[in-house]
Ligand binder design. Structure first.
Ligand code: ADP
Ligand code: MG
Length: 703
């Protein structure tokens, strides 16, 4: 039996503006507001990011490199040196003759004057090895008088830094704000007893504890975020994000969509014309999509399928269904390369059936752009394929009924929301496809607004890619391997990778590396037709090189990771990935997915630069042993955490304040259960939880 949640209580005092607190003038209030802190109650939830333990003293000799501690000692020497730049050094010593140096690079004269040789100082900081033993740079400190100075009774909270608001002021105003923290009954938004049943404290207790932990608190637990008081809040924060996604879904589905009937037409013609039969999984997912399309509410469906599982043809069939019903479809991909490839596949399948396809990307400009925009606006173009550009300004559709978004992990939620406004009156159905299989626990919270279909079967005859891991020292052996593959009429990829997250300068370095490798390989195998693709080439050049490779006009394609997603050349059977140790699991799996797309046995060589770190070895071993994207994703999650797996832009989850999806993953089932219960029994509490945790962000998003 589920317990009834109480209605959202009104919280007195918490609504007061921050300027009502002592020490907060209009300027400080503005700085706080920039961080979403507007009311007294916002400070209740502004949680420390760390704690300083000043409840005890550490003897100087017991200081450990890198471990924050509080020490006390006599000043043995005070040295104010104004040489190249000002520097204040205070040497502290204890009775045992142990010393530590306090170092200041910025200081005022009065500050320097307060340090007197022979006087006593208490300092808190992180000791690091320096020229003369351990040093603390910019410790917080107090010059002590002769009497005894009491130690703190509570751990000192360290709040996230806000420019212009000093640490002491922040602590002071939070303490003030906590005075108006109401009793649990007024504060609690979860069903009565829910937290208690999970062995977690009530909200009031948890907040008070986290802002002012007692001296005997488990600091290690607090610093690792695993304290029950933190878990109590993490539960509520994850719940808030989950609820807001579910709310978005509800809001989206309040709009009407075009109902697309399933009647015999060109879908059946295409199925008959394909050189293969759909796999059982493809057919099932297509049916799930078609059922959604028949309804007059917008479909919100994610199709997950491992690399090579055949998502594109499912998308093409769904598109055809909408076009047959007399509407328009848009298909968007995150890169031009990928969009172009979809264009080629869908032209091949759909143009023979008379479908009018248009192409729009950033590089389509001038007259060509004007023309395609006009054709989309009149409805002459039935299927428009392109990059994000499709969702940007200036693109008006005659009657957009279905938006297909490939490779979701590169798209932001905001972009998906923008779609809402693209249908004329009706909201388009949305089909999101991702090749990054996401572990179920994560999918549940990251995609709480989507229904999920999984293509969990590869086309028949596919053989798992054989993966080997070899050291760079054995690079030369690869020449023979490449020659052998090409002698059999196959093609090969050589992927040069330096760095995973690509900034502009890294793209340049990668391009250089690819060019160098390209020249070396050409020298080593002058009889081969070798092509080069990298991110610094002009789009036309890239496209031409890709097209030539696809048509078998080149044997070996040397590239950067630009080929990571979606590139489909079934005749390629060998892939070599350089510096594989630098890439994440999901990315390696994606890259490897470029081979093994036909029925021949394919292989992948992961080259690494020794020595191999422990995590890197685990990654490469995982790939050697498994071709299963879901398994690999689970492992990736374990090794890297969800932020990287999902991509930072993708979800609001990257902005979690206290929860950590990886660490707190065990709470997710309760989050889902709680969300359903609240939406059913106490929707006003659900709203209050969203407002409490992501209120300001949400207000911004819907503005
Ligand atoms: P992904 O799911 O990675 O996007 P694609 O849609 O690019 O995969 O499909 C990979 C390859 O498999 C393509 O060449 C595609 O034509 C082919 N394919 C798709 N479905 C089947 C099937 N049922 N049987 C055989 N080959 C298929
Ligand atoms: Mg694909």
């Amino acid at each position: 039996m589920s317990r009834k949640a109480k209605p959202a209580p009104a919280i007195e005092g918490g609504h007061a503006p921050l300027s009502s607190l002592p020490g907060i003038g209009p300027q400080s209030a503005e700085k706080l507001a920039a961080h979403g802190l507007g009311r007294v109650s916002d400070l209740w939830f502004w949680l420390p990011r760390d704690y300083q333990d000043r409840t005890r003293l550490t003897p100087i000799h017991a200081l450990r490199n890198g471990v924050a501690a509080q020490v006390e000692g006599r000043m043995l020497a005070v040295d104010t040196a104004f040489r190249a730049r000002p520097m204040l050094k205070v040497l502290l010593g204890d009775e045992r003759g142990s010393t530590v140096t306090l170092k200041f690079f910025h200081f005022r004269k009065q500050q320097a004057d307060a340090f007197r040789q022979g006087g006593k100082v208490r300092a808190y900081g992180v000791p690091r090895p320096g020229q003369a033993g351990l040093e603390m740079a910019h410790p917080s400190y107090r010059v002590l008088g002769d009497g005894d100075a009491p130690l703190d009774e509570l751990l000192e909270p360290v709040y996230p830094q806000i420019d212009g608001i000093g640490a002491a002021l922040m602590r002071k105003i939070v303490s003030h704000a906590l005075r108006s923290l109401p009793g649990d009954a007024a504060l609690e938004l979860l069903p009565v007893g829910f937290a208690h049943d999970m062995g977690l404290p009530g909200l009031r207790q948890a907040l008070l504890y986290l802002h002012h932990p007692p001296a005997d608190a488990d600091v290690a637990a607090l610093q690792s975020g695993r304290h029950p008081a933190q878990r109590r809040l993490a539960l509520e924060e994850m719940l808030a994000h989950h609820l807001s996604l579910r709310r978005e879904r509800v809001a989206m589905q309040r709009h009407a969509a075009a109902a697309l009937p399933r009647k015999p037409g060109r879908v059946e013609q295409l199925l008959a014309a394909l050189p293969f039969q759909l796999t059982g999984a493809q057919a099932r997912v297509l049916a799930e999509v078609e059922r959604d399309l028949e309804k007059p509410v917008p479909m919100l469906r994610l199709v997950q399928g491992d690399v090579g599982s055949g998502k594109t043809v499912v998308a093409a069939l769904a598109a055809l269904r909408a076009i047959d019903a007399g509407h328009q479809v848009a298909l968007m991909a995150p890169t031009e390369l990928l969009a172009e490839q979809h264009l080629a596949s869908l032209r091949g399948w759909l143009e023979p059936l008379g479908v009018r396809i248009g192409w729009l990307a950033g590089k389509v400009t001038g007259k060509a752009r004007a023309q395609v925009l006009a054709e989309v606006a009149t409805g002459e173009v039935q299927l428009i394929i392109g990059t994000h550009a499709l969702m940007q300004e200036g693109v008006e559709f005659a009657d957009l009924a279905l938006a297909i978004i490939d490779e979701q992990h590169r798209f932001g939620v905001q972009q998906r929301l923008a779609l809402r406004d693209k249908g004329s009156g009706l909201v388009p159905h949305q089909l999101v496809m991702t090749a990054t299989p996401i572990p179920r626990t994560l999918a549940m919270s990251a995609y709480a607004d989507l229904d999920v279909s999984v293509i969990d079967e590869l086309p028949a005859g596919r053989r798992p890619v054989q993966t080997v891991v070899i050291s760079n020292a054995r690079r030369d052996e690869l020449i023979a391997r490449i020659r052998a593959a090409i002698a059999e009429g196959r093609q090969a990829y050589w992927v040069c990778t330096l760095i995973e997250e690509q900034s502009e300068s890294e793209v340049r370095i990668d391009a250089q590396a690819a060019e160098t490798t390209f020249l070396q390989l050409q020298q080593a195998m002058p009889e081969l037709r070798i092509a080069l693709v990298h991110g610094r080439m002009k789009p036309q050049e890239k496209q031409a090189a890709m097209a030539a490779f696809k048509q078998g006009e080149s044997d070996l394609l040397v590239s950067t990771t630009v080929i990571e997603v979606g590139v489909d050349v079934p005749n390629a059977s060998l892939m070599i990935i350089e510096n594989a140790e630098r890439l994440g699991l999901a990315q390696l799996h994606q890259l490897r997915g470029r081979v093994g797309r036909g029925s021949v046995q394919s292989s992948c060589v992961l080259l690494y630069q020794p020595p191999l770190g422990k995590i890197a070895r685990q990654r490469l071993d995982m790939l050697r042993h498994s071709n299963d994207g879901f398994l690999i994703a689970e492992k990736d999650l374990e090794l890297r955490g969800p932020g990287e797996l999902l991509g930072v832009r993708q979800t609001g989850l990257a902005q979690l304040r206290i929860a950590d999806l990886m660490r707190d993953a065990d709470l997710l089932p309760q989050v889902e259960q709680l969300a359903s219960q609240l939406l059913r029994d106490a929707p006003e509490n659900a709203d209050a939880i969203i407002a409490r945790w992501i209120g300001s962000a949400l207000r911004y998003a819907s503005a």
